[in-house]
Design a protein around this ligand. Structure first.
Ligand SMILES: [Zn+2]
Length: 65
């Protein structure tokens, strides 16, 4: 019986494109990764920050080789 453990990180997305966490910093909205807190984008409006944050994959959580 042969059992082989394949590394399954290839097809797995640890952090699916979720809604980024939004923070208001000095009048500027910052979208950050909900998992690790990495700042993905900043914008003047909450909607823009969220939109930009969604389009960017977190380089920390979704590290692509
Ligand atoms: Zn992250």
């Amino acid at each position: 019986m042969r059992q082989r453990a394949y590394p399954n990180w290839l097809g797995v997305q640890p952090a699916p494109a979720a809604t980024p966490a939004l923070h208001l910093l000095n009048g500027l909205w910052a979208a950050s990764c909900p998992s690790c807190g990495y700042q993905l984008a900043t914008a003047r409006t909450q909607a823009r920050a969220e939109r930009r944050g969604r389009r960017r994959a977190c380089p920390v959580c979704c590290e692509v080789a």
